[in-house]
Design a protein. Structure first.
Length: 162
């Protein structure tokens, strides 16, 4: 197999990521959901514990404003409740209402089944290789990003905005 240039690699890799994003965007749209509402529901169903607004922002890498806007829509539609937590964990926890659980049954569960079918199409070796290579590439990206992140954290962001 012939090696490819970096330019060929990054173009092909980014194309795959964009196609993956486009697929999930199309799924959200087919369910009548915004991308953000879709991912909130996905994260809530995937999580095995209560999730706060702050955790949603961290998990999804979306701004607080974007998450709050989608949460308001889901709350106004009767799909979720925001409950103030008591005890050592602060913040508002998201709770699905019965209507929200029905929505997840119609939307997120079929997506989980779709993902499982794709998973089953891979051999055990392919599954491990996919995870290992993605993990390795992410590790290398993090290493390469460290100097940039350190440099940019030490510079004045206002003077670099141009």
């Amino acid at each position: 197999m012939e090696d490819m240039t970096f330019s060929q690699f990054i173009t092909a890799y980014n194309s795959l990521i964009k196609e993956d994003n486009s697929l999930y965007h199309a799924l959200a749209k087919s369910f009548g959901l915004s991308d953000t509402a879709f991912w909130i529901l996905y994260i809530l169903e995937e999580s095995d514990q209560a999730v706060t607004q702050a955790e949603l922002c961290a998990i999804s890498c979306l701004s607080k404003q974007t998450i709050n806007s989608a949460l308001k829509g889901l709350s106004d539609s009767g799909y979720i409740r925001l409950e103030t937590s008591h005890g050592k964990q602060r913040g508002k926890h998201l709770t699905l209402t019965p209507l929200g659980m029905e929505l997840i049954q119609r939307t997120i569960h079929p997506v989980f089944r779709m993902e499982e079918l794709a998973y089953q199409g891979l051999s055990p070796e392919e599954r491990q290789t996919l995870l290992r290579l993605n993990g390795r590439y992410l590790e290398l990206l993090r290493q390469a990003a460290r100097p940039l992140l350190q440099q940019n954290s030490q510079e004045d962001p206002v003077s670099n905005a141009d």
